[in-house]
Design a protein around this ligand. Structure first.
Ligand SMILES: [Zn+2]
Length: 183
């Protein structure tokens, strides 16, 4: 496993070689009208720069345990869209062998709830045991969210990363939200 100091060394190399112009915020008129936003798991194996080759300006990346849709994710999507003046093509990516699967085991879940004070029911919902099912649920959740009308979200798609093969399988094709902006 990597120590942070090792990453700092890579950062020095990056700063010495990077095109820093690529890090500047483009003027409003040069901003693309749509941006890709990935939501995936915090698991160190599930690194979008690795399995998707994501580089600077390719996509915004949100990560949490499981890559689950919650209120914070919804807020971040709305914020990014507003800040960048762009609509989001959101890709939700769950994965096999997800550690959140442990939350489906009562003994682990209860111990975790006791330690943190988090609600056990909410923790049950967080578990990714069948990523094909949970990714469908989370795509539907985003499409149905009243805060995310079509002026914020251009589309939502759902995918599963299979760690056994390294391949990403599309479970839900890109779908536009039904809700149009409030007048
Ligand atoms: Zn995971």
């Amino acid at each position: 496993m990597t120590e942070f100091n090792e990453l700092l060394e890579r950062n020095r190399e990056f700063a010495a070689n990077a095109d820093l112009g690529g890090l500047a915020m483009p003027p409003k008129e040069a901003m693309p009208d749509k941006l890709l936003l990935l939501l995936t798991c915090v698991d160190p194996r599930v690194e979008p720069a690795g399995f998707l080759g994501v580089g600077t300006w390719d996509a915004g990346v949100l990560r949490n345990a499981g890559g689950r849709v919650d209120d914070k994710v919804v807020e971040d999507i709305a914020y990014l869209s507003m800040r960048l003046g762009a609509r989001m093509d959101v890709a939700v990516i769950h994965h096999t062998q997800c550690g959140t699967g442990m939350l489906s085991e009562p003994a682990f879940r209860q111990a975790f709830a006791d330690r943190t004070g988090l609600d056990e029911g909410a923790l049950t919902e967080r578990a990714v045991t069948d990523p094909t099912t949970t990714v469908r649920q989370d795509v539907a959740k985003l499409l149905a969210n009243p805060l995310l009308s079509s002026d914020i979200i251009a589309s939502v798609s759902g995918h599963v990363l299979r760690l056994e093969t390294g391949l990403v399988e599309t479970v839900v094709e890109a779908t536009a939200p039904a809700r149009t902006p409030a007048a």
